[in-house]
Design a protein around this ligand. Structure first.
Ligand SMILES: NCCC[C@H](NC(=O)CCC(=O)O)C(=O)O
Ligand SMILES: NC(=O)OP(=O)(O)O
Length: 319
């Protein structure tokens, strides 16, 4: 694995999940694997889980960890090529990445969609600069269009919770929100579910279809109740419109996941990447129910990160 920014960077998903479950059994099995190596965790946006689970995962492997909360603590970064930097921005992203090359053996970066310019977001205007200028492996901690470490944790969690001898029905359902949110988590979940042995359905209101590049030939149903029928797993996530980029077209029906809606399912397990807006995206009763595997999912972020760091360290050791 040279970089880790999407499902494309994985050769064999089932073997990666198996490796992650093995790491989960004994996370301290290779405490010196990363000895003498440094991972830089660069956050251009807020985080709780990604920051902490990545730190734990790196420490479990003996890596040195540098965490830069760039939006709060670093110089104001310039992202435009050729910019005349006589305004508020102090340091160009190119120079920042070149400096990170001097300090880090692996660079991991969180760079959300700006939600202002569709083209910039679709083209991953920030992640692409890291991929261009980094001289060491790059790991995405959630970019404009994807959140692969989350999706790998989601695959691990579904695997742990499915012992029946048939494919589970997995439904990705849109949920309400108070502000425009990126499509990254939904896109990424779709991309990874298409690689899993599951019946995958996406349900969202009209006007909220994800980018066809990520939907591919997945089933899309605009009636939530119909989609939830007999579901074994429900993945709750809000996103804003892709077509009318970053807009929030009016939705008349109530899409919040409640116990009433859970009755339509096959006693489905409920998933969410967190953070969640309680009683907006899903109700307290669902969040706090036996059906929720949301905290287990959050825990699995450690093993998802540790598996990826371990694969990247294997790659570095070959160089
Ligand atoms: N990393 C997990 C999700 C991050 C982000 N959520 C948010 O921005 C929530 C913000 C809020 O609820 O105000 C998203 O959905 O892409
Ligand atoms: N799920 C997730 O990525 O959480 P954070 O945004 O808190 O890192």
């Amino acid at each position: 694995m040279q970089n880790f920014t999407s499902v494309e960077d994985i050769n064999d998903l089932q073997s990666i999940i198996k490796e992650a479950l093995k790491i989960k059994e004994n996370p301290l099995a290779e405490p010196d694997k990363g000895k003498g190596k440094t991972i830089g965790l660069v956050f251009l946006n807020s985080s709780l889980r990604t920051r902490l689970s990545s730190q734990i995962a790196a420490q479990n492997l003996g890596l040195n960890v540098l965490t830069l909360n760039a939006a709060q603590e670093a110089w104001n970064l310039e992202f435009s090529d050729g910019a005349i930097m006589n305004g508020d921005t102090v340091e160009h992203i190119k120079d920042a990445i070149e400096v990170l090359n001097q300090y880090c053996d692996i660079i991991a970066v969180r760079c959300f969609a700006g939600m202002k310019n569709k083209e910039d977001d679709v083209n991953e205007s920030i992640l692409s600069q890291f991929l261009k200028h980094a001289k060491v492996p790059v790991i995405s901690l959630e970019s404009a269009t994807r959140h692969p470490l989350q999706s790998l944790a989601d695959c691990i969690t579904i695997t742990e919770n499915w012992k029946e001898d048939r494919k589970p029905k997995v439904v990705l359902t849109w949920a309400p929100h108070i502000k425009p949110i990126a499509q990254a988590v939904g896109n990424s979940f779709a991309e990874w579910m298409q690689e899993m042995d599951v019946d995958f359905v996406i349900t969202n209101p009209e006007g909220y279809d994800l980018d066809p590049k990520f939907v591919k030939n997945s089933t899309v149903i605009h009636n939530q109740n119909e989609a939830l029928k007999d579901a074994d797993f429900i993945y709750v996530k809000n996103w804003s419109s892709f077509e009318n980029y970053a807009q929030m077209p009016e939705v008349k029906e109530n899409w919040m996941l409640t116990n009433e809606k859970l009755k339509l399912t096959n006693n489905a397990k409920v998933m969410h990447c967190l953070p969640v807006r309680r009683n907006v995206e899903l109700s307290d009763e669902v969040m706090d129910s036996e059906n929720s595997i949301i905290y287990q999912q959050a825990k699995n972020r450690i093993f998802s990160a540790q598996t990826v760091f371990s694969e990247i360290l294997d790659e570095i050791s070959k160089r």
